[in-house]
Design a protein around this ligand. Sequence first.
Ligand code: ADP
Length: 519
Amino acid sequence: MALSPFRRRGLVVLSLAVTLPALVLAAIAVGLTLRISRAVEDESVRFNTYLAQLVAEAFEQELMDHLRHGVVAAENVARSDGTVPQILSALASESSEFRGPHFVGLDELNGYSLLIIESQPLIYSVGDGAHAGEQFSGVLMRDAEGQVLGAGGWWMSSREFLTGHLERVVQDRLPSNPRMYGGFESTRRLSVQLFDPGGLEIGRVRTPEYGRTARIEALQGPFDGYSVRVAATATSTVVWAGRFVTLQIAFIVLMALAVVVASVFSLRYTVRQLELAQMKAGFVSNVTHELKTPIALIRLAVETLELKRVRSPEEAEKFLHMIGRETIRLSHLVDNILDFARLEAGQRVFRMEPVPVAQIVEEALETFRPRLEHLGFTLEEQIPEGLPRVNVDGTAITHCVLNLLDNAVKYSKERKLIRVAAGANGDDVWISVTDQGIGIAPADRERVFEKFVRLETGLIHDVKGSGLGLSLVAQILAAHGGRVEVESEPGRGSTFTLHLPAAGGMVSEPEEPGRRTAS
Ligand code: ADP
């Protein structure tokens, strides 16, 4: 029995009232988390830009200091009026790292470029001849009176110089105080790479881990064309913040999913419970009606007979027949209700013994035949000889067949033909009941075996029932290690088949005294 659309809509609205705010909160949480992560990234970009500039400046400063240091001896020679060869030999004695000591006279200096680093002039020029591809780097030299004589310096390979000094520049020249910038990052958590004018990496300090916030800064002067790239390493704030953000978003999404799944499940559960409650209420009213009707008919018949209000013996027989029929109906219903109650409580005890299949079918038909005849049904029996025995509680299985026969009658209209058949297929022994009634739609074929389920067919209001019959059949068969199947075509009829395992070697001796069903 389905829930009314109004109640169903109410429940859906209720569960949306829980789910939607949860989803909105999750979306806000994801948005905020992404904003925090973006802020951390922006901070990282700013710091990397700043650091790349620092590295570039530090390189130039390193060169300047290095040159200054190397030139001191030569400058002393110049100040004490030393000759050019003496200046050159002083330069040559200094730095093995630079090649080709060179003195550029004042009059030649106009071919050279001047770069001021922290107010110190650095003279340089792209070399040619023997030093092609190398650059000249030097500083101005003065005589004893402080007059500029020219520039002293060396031909140098920027590549060698930069590679050799990279570590020193990064480790010694950059501030390592994490607070120096006021941001999240520290120079110790950054990687610095050097690239030559061809874009080739010529040196690195620490491995870069996170390219998104990396920044590149071009070097100048003698290092024109070279560049430094500063990127975060694995231990940088931006990297672990990125990981936490991913984790946090995953958690938020999972939580949102859990809320959605939980509310879908609780919605379905509530709908199911309400439907069950509704079905139980329907069941009580059905059963009450089912009990009252035969009782009223029996009372009427008994009173009529007692008061001798019958006009002929045929009429008396009709009333007696009615008492018999209604008593069977009543006892069938009471049996079903008792069986159901016992099965539900797990107290139904089955007395298993090897029983011939034909005997089960015959017992059921014997009880049912008068009703079939009375209602004008034709019965076809297809029970072959020599069918194996089944190890069952004979009364319970007979009761199942009776339930199937009862349904076949109830759900047939004009075509009053019922076929009862039995057979065996290896270990599988089966009994089937076929009718040519209203049939069951494919979507309902599973549902009919659920307790209290009565399908909304056109007949439902005319045909009485409790919605227990097939659920009992399914439970009893399951307790016997068997199953019940249905094949049906709406409008043409249905076949219900009980499958039971053959008794095998246990044919003669009675089995265990009783067995309880699973609760
Ligand atoms: P009921 O007491 O209502 O017959 P059952 O559990 O025996 O309860 O059957 C459940 C429902 O399955 C019935 O209400 C009916 O709609 C459908 N049904 C059962 N047997 C047949 C059949 N032979 N043909 C068509 N519908 C059937």
